[in-house]
Design a protein around this ligand. Structure first.
Ligand code: HEM
Length: 223
């Protein structure tokens, strides 16, 4: 009982922290577009492809702004229509930001490793968004949840990227070395962690005898 309560408190704190960090980087995205944040090097480069970079930054910022709240169980239960509408907006902006990200990936800093890392991230981001959409269209809530969790773990890569880049720079690793690494490290571990979580969660709810999972019970989100 006490363990369950502790787990709930831990999940609440983790969700709060995730939303807080997401909002911070979303603000950086909007600030970047308004030229009140971001490095001059990025601004100069993005000025060469204003349409795709705007698609990417505004799409990404909006997705980060909304995404964390979708995992707040209380909000979802109290305002289901709001959850659905925010979900629609989220997926539209994943499409916009993902296409933008894919088109700017080959022009990024960090050489081929970064181009491929960001490019693959964009492709999986778009793919997981599409799978989440298709699942909810056919009424398969459990599969929709699983794909949305995967998708947001990739969205959250925008946060982990900046945390890792900041840490690596603080440890004296030059930007040119750190950047190709974070183009992968910012999202691959997130995805592995989520797969582990989903496997564990689904396994813990699998009926002992049948070995199968009722889709509507295979939730993979908080609360
Ligand atoms: C998850 C998929 C994402 C991919 C594939 C991706 C890809 C990229 C790429 C390739 C660049 C250019 C880097 C360069 O020119 O060196 C970039 C920069 C940028 N991205 Fe993303 N990104 C993603 C998510 C996001 C999100 C969710 C945001 C939300 C704020 C965001 C905001 C930005 C900003 C503001 C920049 C400019 C650089 C900076 O100030 O940090 N991105 N992204």
């Amino acid at each position: 009982m006490a363990t369950q309560r502790s787990l709930k408190v831990f999940a609440g704190i983790a969700l709060g922290l995730m939303i807080f960090l997401s909002l911070g980087i979303a603000m950086h995205g909007y600030g970047f577009q308004l030229r009140i944040s971001g490095s001059p090097t990025f601004h100069e480069r993005f000025d060469h492809y204003p349409v795709t970079s705007t698609m990417h930054v505004l799409g990404g910022a909006t997705v980060l702004l909304l995404g964390g709240f979708q995992f707040w169980g209380g909000l979802r239960r109290s305002f289901p229509a709001l959850h659905r509408n925010m979900g629609r907006v989220y997926l539209v902006f994943v499409l916009v930001g993902g296409i933008g990200g894919l088109l700017i990936a080959p022009k990024s800093d960090g050489g081929v490793s970064a181009h491929v890392g960001f490019g693959l991230l964009a492709v999986i981001w778009l793919f997981s968004g599409l799978q989440a959409y298709l699942a909810i269209r056919r009424g398969d809530v459990a599969t929709h949840r699983a794909w949305m969790i995967r998708n947001f773990s990739l969205t959250f890569g925008a946060v982990t990227l900046r945390v890792y880049l900041g840490a690596m720079t603080a440890f004296g690793i030059p930007f040119e070395e750190a950047y190709p690494t974070v183009a992968w490290v910012s999202w691959v571990p997130n995805l592995i962690l989520v797969e582990w979580y989903l496997a564990l969660f689904t396994a813990s709810r699998r009926p002992a005898r049948s070995g199968s999972v009722e889709p509507s019970h295979a939730h993979g989100a908080t609360a």
